[in-house]
Design a protein around this ligand. Structure first.
Ligand code: SAM
Length: 254
């Protein structure tokens, strides 16, 4: 099994941008992203002793949680830089990391995984059909696929200088403008954040769900988590409009 045809990762082309972005924007992951991770883990159920692939594992935050819960974890990612960070932080956890592409998963054997979990990576991957078929190939019949994505209905291509939130005079969230929902493809904002630097691939909800269905999966559960309402309900976009879409599906027998 070879990785010599692997194209250079967009994350690696951007050097340390992503790890620095994480440090700056998500310094306390156990508070900031753990609630959505816990929803995904609840969808997976008990992972003790099961083979779980963390697809697009990045620097391995989720892989480490899975390993600490007794899963036999294989992390897959195309970024050499992020895999180096992942390996450095995973001593003695027994996690296997592969430099490999989600669209083929050449290094992962057929029917070798009980579950695949993919947190916030599908928007980076060009070919969704190839990715879901690779996931189906590595899963056992009845295996689970749990993924999270930026909510495709509410996080649509926009210009950073023209953010889609309308606020009232007090700065409270009032409304969200959904722009260019039907235009699929990679887009960049004008800013220097994630969407400005690495871009994001927009797909409609029907593309995600129909591709899942034609790739041999049955949708089981969907979650659109909202941030807790801290003060006045109208104040925060995240308390009213979901940022993420989380889905659980089962691999149908082939
Ligand atoms: C936003 S990061 C999320 C990382 C990780 N899942 C997490 O939650 O911290 C997206 C990840 O997808 C990886 N990625 C992008 N394209 C990929 C591909 N074709 N195959 C595998 N991983 C890919 C990136 O290298 C990056 O680590």
């Amino acid at each position: 099994m070879s990785t010599h045809k692997l194209a250079e990762s967009e994350y690696d082309k951007a050097g340390d941008f992503y790890v620095n972005w994480l440090d700056k924007n998500v310094p306390d992951r156990d508070t900031q992203i753990r609630p959505s991770i816990e929803i995904m883990l609840a969808m997976l159920g008990d992972v003790q002793g099961t083979n779980v692939c963390d697809l697009g594992c990045g620097e391995g935050y989720l892989s480490r949680i899975l390993a600490s819960r007794g899963a036999l974890v294989t992390g897959v990612d195309t970024s050499r830089i992020l895999l180096r960070h992942a390996r450095e932080h995973s001593n003695q956890l027994g996690i296997t990391y592969f430099l490999d592409d989600a669209q083929s998963m050449n290094q992962v054997s057929d029917a070798s995984m009980d579950a695949v979990i993919c947190n916030m990576a599908l928007m980076d991957i060009p070919d969704l059909t190839a990715t879901f078929s690779s996931v189906r190939r590595v899963l056992v019949d009845g295996g689970k696929l749990v993924f999270s994505i930026l909510h495709p209905c509410f996080f649509t291509p926009f210009n950073a200088e023209n953010p889609p939130e309308d606020l009232d005079e007090e700065g409270n969230f009032k409304a969200l403008r959904v722009t260019r929902y039907g235009l699929e493809g990679k887009w960049f904002s004008d800013g220097d954040g994630m969407c400005g630097t690495l871009g994001s691939r927009h797909r409609t909800l029907s593309t995600y769900l129909n591709t899942l269905s034609t790739s041999g999966f049955q949708l089981e559960e969907v979650s659109e988590p909202l941030a807790p309402v801290l003060e006045a309900t109208a104040k925060r976009r995240e308390s009213i409009v979901p940022t993420l879409l989380i889905a659980k599906s089962t691999a149908l027998p082939t």
